[in-house]
Write a protein that binds this ligand. Sequence first.
Ligand code: ADP
Ligand code: MG
Length: 333
Amino acid sequence: MRVAVIYGGASAEREVSLVTGRAVAAALRERGHEACLVDTASKEPAGRESASDATARAIMGEDVARAEVVFVALHGGAGENGTVQGLLELAGKRYTGSGVFASALAMDKRMSKLAFRAAGVPTPEWRMVLSDDAAGSAAGSGSPVFPDDLSPGDERRAARELGGYPIIVKPNDQGSTVGLTLVEDEKALAGAFELAADHSSHVLFERYIPGRELTVAVLEGTRLPLVEAEPSTGLYDYECKYTKGMTEYTCPADVPGDIAEKMTDAGHRAFESLGCHGYGRVDFRLAPDGRFYCLEVNTVPGMTDVSLVPMAAAAAGVSFGELCERIAETALS
Ligand SMILES: Nc1ncnc2c1ncn2[C@@H]1O[C@H](COP(=O)(O)OP(=O)(O)O)[C@@H](O)[C@H]1O
Ligand SMILES: [Mg+2]
């Protein structure tokens, strides 16, 4: 196969994407494929060109044009929210992972939660508080505004309606735990809201689910074992996610068989409820009472050597090289 791996980009997750892209390209080459790396933000923007123009130029360039498959290794931002996928559709290219609509839906945590609920997948109780931007213009990030969404100043009400503290406050459409706070009491509420509002016009308040961090890795055609992540600090934050040694991983996770089965089924249902394709990662919390809750679906999960999908695949006997190859092949199906 002739593959163009698009990676890098200008999102907050650029650094991780660089690692993912290089790992994928190297693995594909090792299996005899032709793989070139295309950093969508590598070139200095020409003149008054914006980051999005530079992305478009990279994607419409020679390397992508020549490729049979485009491997999307861009985390966060335009590469994961359907924008790049739309451009690839227009260019008539086959690409890995989810399509335009599923990507956009997965990036929007609240819309995802509505889909999970419709599919019978449990997800933590939530309230949405709009920031000034969204409340004023009813536009903000372009995420929907519903009549029962709360306005700035309603933060305490949101916490109360969730049954009190602790709660999680996070931007509706970011990744890598950016802008997220575990709020343990009212004193910390205003700061947490402001931080999340710096990243999004929509701020999601969720009931905090104590317990364990589990993930369902999805690879079309193979049922993969659960992975447990045990961060050395309380929250599974950016540092824990990307610093070797800061998190302990177990795969297959040590979870009672019936719960593991149900969670895996729920993970696949969540994936399907958004219309996702190819591969992905579905994050869960498992509470001490045995109930689990789906947090989100990642449509471009990390593919580094500390990443969870490769770990789950390895435990099922699928090497990193084979995994990359199979993901590339799903672009053709
Ligand atoms: N409702 C919640 N209860 C408990 N922990 C949560 C909750 N929401 C988020 N977290 C913690 O924060 C991490 C990141 O949250 P997540 O919703 O997956 O957003 P991101 O897109 O930033 O990964 C989770 O992996 C989990 O450790
Ligand atoms: Mg997550």
